[in-house]
Design a protein. Structure first.
Length: 102
């Protein structure tokens, strides 16, 4: 049981960090690239965001198997990672579910 909770906690932490990196990429790095002709932040932040996204997907698979989430819930979690602020909204939902269980 302890490993499952750790897996879910890791997923939630990575989801928040991945969401922050996505927002930084969209609202800081990309405007710097296209409006200030400064592409360097996109290169590095894009790389970091890509690694975080892959880690998010990997942990999503682990959580799916461990908690036996429905396909719909997993699909929603995946779509949340593609929409700005989506991971924050999904995390709020997970937190509510976790509080309801406790």
């Amino acid at each position: 049981m302890k490993t499952g909770k750790n897996t879910l906690n890791k997923f939630r932490v990575i989801a928040i960090i991945e969401g922050i990196s996505f927002l930084l990429l969209l609202f800081i790095a990309m405007p710097l690239k296209y409006f200030a002709d400064y592409p360097l932040p996109v290169r590095y932040l894009g790389w970091v965001h890509g690694v975080l996204f892959v880690l998010y997907c990997f942990l999503l698979l682990l959580v799916w198997m461990k908690y036996k989430w429905s396909f719909g819930k997993v699909f929603l979690a995946f779509i949340a990672s593609l929409i700005p602020f989506g991971t924050f909204i999904f995390d709020r939902r997970l937190k509510r579910e976790e509080n309801a269980i406790l």
